[in-house]
Write a protein that binds this ligand. Structure first.
Ligand code: 6LW
Length: 523
């Protein structure tokens, strides 16, 4: 936060990188937030905050294979969709959909850091389930569509429904319904228009959870559709009241880059905006990267934001909660004890082009960042991958004393840049950088000029991925690739980029993994 910003300004997104479909609840002075995790294990990351701005991951709700059944052939962007977290009767409740099984599931915990219970399943249609309890103690599960069911959340028994509710203003995909008791009203928050640039948030209210629902006077009351705002796709929102009585909405958005058309590489991210109530309806301003909170309200207390840098020396006996693996993480695929102070990964037989490869990664959270790893490949094949899915990844690998970059985009696979290295451990780095590429202009004398580009160099695009290996003579750049091929606009789907350590032959040991935004120097 720069000194020129008001003291109560904060930076959005508050959870950068692939953190979509946020849901939040408050207990006393503590806020808890969950996001979708799709085909990754463990599932449903859970975060804690005291101010809605600075979030710390405290675990994963679905952190045991018994809770998270992701069949081996789970497609990318299937698996776990949009969770909702609520606190009721002394317990936390998380409900979500495993679309690969076609089932909703509910788990509970007294401590949000876990352990969470075994799931109770509900075989009902739609996605985006959410729970609300009425004055009689009845539990209503709302789902996309929008409709609700009265259920017994302890057993998953459906007691009544579907009860039609209100489906927004006519936009496609009415979804992410959340029902709240606020004063004498039941408010129904709905997203519509699809999770890309048409996204919008609308609201209606009724005297009972069954309706009839009266739409708000200014729907959609939040949308960035058809604008050139830097944050797009604002939607999939959840409301929360802060301990000081102020109201907030968390939601997803994307930060589009480049032109034309714009694209985004970090997936859908989590934002927080202040809410004010006018004549009994919520009003929010457009979502800005620097948001000014009402003076004296909860995020005004925001401490200096963390830098986002993170180094893991693999000295503990447990993996930090931010490490995720596509589909599963079999017990025999990793070890923190086999070589003390190193993470050992063992190949499964699958390559990175197929489901089932051994990958342990973290979300890319900054447009300009560096991830480095020290890896001893032994006699195997291992490295660092920047991936969206099995068909869209760039890999910096080492095997047999050679490092190389392998790019896979759709049906194409190519090797770029090879460099011999000494046997033993090597340090590999993948760095990303963005630069605004303005369209070339033609001068009056007919010369083409590309603003911002060094003479004779046309930047490949406004997102570049650079691969380096450390040698005795300093870093050697093996390749610089256009990052737009690893964007949602190319790869499709609901996730975002993950930077991962991997092994596809034999086993390899990783001494440390260091991630930092480009602006943060090494320690
Ligand atoms: C989710 C839906 C959505 O189920 O995207 O943004 C879907 N909204 O609500 C997958 O994340």
């Amino acid at each position: 936060m720069s000194s020129t910003q008001p003291a109560h300004a904060y930076r959005n997104p508050v959870l950068p990188g692939f953190h979509p479909d946020p849901s939040v609840c408050r207990v006393g002075e503590d806020y808890y937030l969950v996001c979708s995790s799709f085909e990754y294990f463990p599932g449903v990351p859970i975060f804690h905050s005291r101010d809605l701005v600075n979030w710390r991951q405290i675990g994963n709700v679905l952190d045991r294979p018994g809770q998270l059944d992701l069949p081996a052939d789970t497609d990318a962007s299937r698996g776990i969709y949009a969770p909702t977290i609520r606190h009721h009767d002394g317990r936390f409740w998380m409900v979500t959909t495993n679309v690969s099984l076609g089932r909703h599931l509910i788990v509970t915990a007294t401590d949000p850091a876990g352990p969470w219970s075994e799931p109770v399943y509900l075989d009902l249609p739609h996605v985006d389930p959410s729970l609300a309890w009425d004055d009689n103690g009845d539990c209503w599960m709302t789902v996309s569509g929008v409709e609700s069911y009265r259920i017994d959340p302890e057993t998953g028994t459906v007691l009544e429904g579907p009860v039609p509710m209100w489906s927004g203003t006519g936009g496609q995909y009415p979804e992410a319904p959340h029902l709240y008791r606020i004063g004498e009203w039941w408010y129904l928050l709905v997203s519509e228009g699809g999770t890309h640039t048409g996204h919008a948030v609308s609201i209606a209210r009724a005297r009972t959870p069954r309706g009839p629902f009266e739409p708000g006077p200014a729907n959609p009351f939040l949308t960035h559709r058809g604008t050139n705002r830097p944050i797009q796709a604002a939607g999939h929102a959840d409301l929360v009241q802060a301990v000081d009585g102020s109201w907030w909405m968390i939601l997803l958005g994307i930060r589009a880059r480049g032109q034309w058309p714009p694209y985004h590489v970090l997936g859908r991210e989590t934002f927080v905006v202040p809410v004010r109530w006018v004549d009994g309806w919520p009003v929010v301003d457009p979502v800005e990267e620097v948001t000014v909170a009402p003076a004296g309200s909860a995020p005004a207390m925001a401490a200096a934001p963390g830098s986002g840098a993170r180094r893991d020396d693999f000295d503990g006996v447990r993996l930090a909660p931010y490490w995720i693996s596509p589909r599963s993480r079999p017990e025999n695929s990793w070890s923190l004890t086999e070589r003390s102070g190193w993470l050992t990964l063992r190949a499964s037989g699958a390559t990175l082009d197929r489901a089932g490869a051994t990958v342990l990664g973290r979300r890319q959270q900054h447009h300009d960042c560096r991830a480095s790893v020290r890896v001893d490949p032994g006699t195997g094949r291992a490295g660092l991958t920047l991936r969206v899915d099995e068909a869209h990844h760039y890999d910096l690998e080492v095997s047999g004393g050679t490092t190389r970059v392998v790019g896979r985009v759709g049906p194409f696979r190519q090797v770029f840049g090879e460099h011999r290295v000494a046997a033993g451990a090597v340090t590999l780095t993948v760095a990303t950088r963005t630069h605004d590429v303005l369209p070339p202009t033609v001068t009056s004398s007919g010369q083409v000029s590309t603003p911002g580009a060094p003479l004779g160099v046309r930047p490949a695009g406004s997102d570049t991925v650079v691969f380096e290996v450390e040698t005795d003579d300093g870093p050697v750049v093996l390749a610089e690739l256009d990052g737009r091929y690893l964007s949602t606009e190319v790869a499709a789907g609901f996730t975002g980029r993950v930077i991962g350590m991997y092994v596809t032959e034999g086993s390899a040991a990783f001494d440390w993994f260091d991630y930092r935004p480009a602006a943060v120097p090494e320690d």
